[in-house]
Design a protein. Structure first.
Lengths: 512, 224
């Protein structure tokens, strides 16, 4: 393969082959001199110089600078010793021969030096071209690859071809976390230590492992794959030589290309996921809306009709009593539907909290107005401090919370007992407490009251056991906390804590 | 109210339409109904209703678009109906009255009466009287039990705005825009604080307000 040839060209020749080249150059000169021995007479020794020059030039085309210089020196000396009269001495008689010898020496040297320099430049140019080509190939193949898996396969194949070593990917999971069981294309199992190093590399965006200053004792070198928006992960390679100079630069460029391709893959996956979520969200909303519509409209019709009947002056006592029953039953059905729909919203995780500033009094007034018939038999005591600040809540959700809690108390507390609703603001938290004189909860029940469909055993009231489940869900949607305890002197006490800073209102006091 | 008022109901639910028709006819209104937005817009133009009851969930058009189109030329009151817990709808209602399903028929009738009356004439008399509260628009003085109330200028503007539109729901945004200006349109906390202050001064029982009534999630209404 042509790529393997390239690797050999770049590699530095071993010590032995360097020595061999020197010996070879001396042998070649020696052999040439022997062949030329018949020309050692006074008439043709000049020809020998040309032959030797030719041989040195020829050697320069395939040998390195050192052997060529040695060859040119040796050939000059050989020519002097064996061919320039007087023979077998380094002495030169004629002035023109001294000149000839000097020129021979210089020309041989120049020849050798220039030829090897041209060769080196040619080699560098070829190497550069090879690299450009390799990068071009890589880019082309990466652009064809679709998806992260594909990109990894292409990159591993290409690295193998161009650098002759194995590469392994350890990619993040999409949440910027690197796992030991991450998706690496060739299912390489690293040791825990190596994964730890990979994790470090990912976190710090720095090389580590073999040939680096950090964790250099392991067999692999770990390179971070950096992207503009997402860092795809880490690349581990196992190589026997360290990158140098140009090659290091080339490798870095190579890595950048792979990182970019992987990042594109990740972004593509993200976009796809977002599209998918969007679609399923739309589907859920459509379904939810039509189901809730279908459930609510008949109840609204019943409620509205009975309400009109109740206000009509023609109804007799029996009719009015029956209308009242229908009205109460449809209210109960309405509550049930609302709770079921709310449970569905909670379960699907699609509760969106819309926070705004509200006066707690408004919240309490709204709920007590809605529950006025239920509350009538009780003594509701509402207490808020005079300087209660505004609170940041989702009115609709908190309305449900308070409604369900108060409704619960009304269901369980004995008639004409006190139901207390306390509220205050403390440590940037809104605190709401609902206290009743009902039976409270047994030890077993108190652990489960907030669970879905949980109903206290033997409780006289109906219901699905969804009320408190929804209360907890909505309070938690506010990043709040709800607790329940039995009061020492009987009854239950619910406490809600919801984070809520005091509103920033400027220049309020000095306005007149 | 000598002449019979016509009310246009735009709702896709047959049962709700019939319920409204029965309830409202019994109270002396003439009813026309449309089952979709397209017909609703058509009938609004051809029958000149005194009031429109518009359900926001329509099959053919977005209810909010119907409202927008309607408002290009229709200057009589509109009462928007919507199911609970979809607050986006509420915001769309902006200058219109608003009622959530299920609603009490008594409540609906009261809203209709208030809306038609305020459509006839706004409360623009120089002095408005509400039980023991009187507001003198010209001299910028409000009295409670014949005692002059100490109101800041913002409190007074707020009181006037709500009192002039007695019975109608004014949305948070609308009030903030009118009293504080465009820059404050999202600053609900100002409105809440001022309403709370105002209640302490004008209400008989500030924690059970009878004049400054909160319409949760929508705005405020001046009670009757």
């Amino acid at each position: 393969m042509k790529n393997n040839k390239d690797v050999k060209l770049i590699s530095i020749p071993s010590f032995a082959s360097r020595i061999n080249n020197y010996v070879l150059s001396i042998i070649i000169i020696g052999v040439t001199a022997l062949i030329c021995a018949p020309l050692s007479n006074a008439q043709s020794y000049h020809v020998v110089s040309f032959i030797l020059l030719f041989v040195v030039s020829f050697m320069a085309t395939f040998m390195r600078m050192g052997p060529v210089l040695l060859a040119s020196t040796v050939s000059a000396l050989v020519w002097n010793y064996f061919f320039i009269p007087p023979h077998y001495t380094f002495h030169i008689d004629k002035a023109e021969d001294i000149l000839m010898f000097g020129m021979f020496f210089i020309i041989a040297m120049l020849n050798g030096v220039l030829t090897t320099r041209i060769r080196r430049q040619e080699r560098l140019a070829r190497e550069r071209e090879e690299r450009t080509n390799a990068l071009f190939q890589l880019t082309k193949e990466l652009s064809k690859a679709s998806g992260i898996e594909d990109v990894q396969a292409v990159a591993i194949e290409d690295i193998k071809n161009h650098f002759s070593f194995d590469a392994f990917f350890i990619l993040q999971d999409g949440n910027n976390m690197l796992h030991s069981s991450g998706k690496s294309q060739n299912e390489k199992k690293f040791t825990q230590n190596e994964y730890d190093i990979a994790g470090w590399v990912f976190k710090h965006s720095q090389n580590a492992g073999k040939y680096t200053n950090i964790h250099s004792s392991v067999d692999y070198t770990f390179y971070p794959l950096r992207g503009a928006r997402i860092n795809p992960g880490v690349l581990a390679i196992k190589t026997d030589e360290q990158f140098q100079g140009d090659k290091q630069l080339f490798w870095n460029t190579y890595l950048t290309q792979i990182s970019n391709a992987l990042e594109r893959g990740f972004l593509g996956e993200l976009a796809q996921k977002a599209r998918f979520l969007d679609e399923s969200d739309k589907l859920y909303k459509t379904l939810f809306n039509s189901v809730s519509h279908e459930l609510r409209i008949p109840v609204a019709t019943i409620l509205g009709s009975v309400d009109t009947l109740l206000t009509s002056p023609h109804a007799g006592n029996v009719q009015t009593a029956l209308y009242n029953e229908i009205f109460t039953a449809s209210l109960r059905l309405n509550r049930l539907i609302e709770n079921l729909l709310n449970m569905s919203r909670l379960e699907s995780g699609r509760i969106s909290v819309r926070l705004d500033w509200y006066d707690v009094n408004d919240l309490v007034n709204k709920v007590t107005e809605d529950l006025k018939d239920e509350i009538k038999p009780f003594n509701l005591l509402v207490s808020f401090p005079e300087d209660m600040p505004l609170v940041k809540i989702d009115f609709g959700l908190m309305e449900q919370v308070l409604y369900n809690l108060l409704f619960n108390s009304c269901e369980h507390a004995p008639v004409s007992s006190n139901i207390r609703l306390n509220g205050y603001h403390e440590n940037d938290e809104l605190v709401l407490q609902i206290l009743d004189r009902g039976p409270g909860f047994s030890k077993e029940a108190i652990k489960n009251v907030f669970k879905k469909f949980f109903r206290v055993e033997g409780s006289k009231t109906g219901g699905l056991g969804l009320g408190l489940f929804i209360v907890k869900g909505f309070v938690e949607a506010h990043k709040g906390l709800i607790t329940v305890e039995n009061r020492e002197d009987g009854g239950a006490k619910f406490t809600i804590r919801i984070p809520s800073l005091s509103p920033e209102i400027k220049n309020l006091q000095n306005e007149y | 109210m000598d002449e019979i008022e016509t009310i246009l109901i735009i709702d896709d639910e047959l049962q709700i339409r019939r319920l409204l028709e029965i309830t409202l006819s019994a109270n002396g209104y003439k009813i026309i109904h449309a089952e979709n937005g397209k017909n609703g817009l058509l009938y609004a133009a051809t029958h000149h209703p005194s009031l429109i009851i518009l359900d926001l969930g329509l099959p053919d058009m977005n209810g909010q678009d119907v409202l927008k189109k309607l408002r290009e030329w229709f200057n009589k009151p509109v009462i928007v109906l919507s199911v609970r817990s979809s607050e986006e709808d509420i915001i769309a209602a902006l200058d219109n009255d608003y009622l959530t399903k299920p609603f009490r028929s008594g409540e609906l009738l009261a809203r209709i009466r208030a809306a038609i009356r305020s459509g006839d004439k706004k409360n623009d008399a120089p002095v408005l009287e509400f039980g023991t509260l009187s507001i003198d628009m010209i001299n910028h003085i409000a009295r409670k039990n014949n005692e002059i109330l100490k109101l800041t200028s913002t409190e007074f503007s707020l009181l006037c705005l709500l009192a002039k539109n007695q019975g109608r729901v004014l949305t948070h945004k609308y009030i903030l825009k009118e009293v504080w200006g465009y820059g404050y349109i999202e600053q609900t906390q100002y409105l809440r604080v001022f309403v709370a202050q105002l209640r302490k001064k004008i209400e008989d029982n500030p924690s059970k307000p009878a004049l400054l009534i909160t319409e949760s999630g929508i705005g405020y209404r001046f009670g009757e």
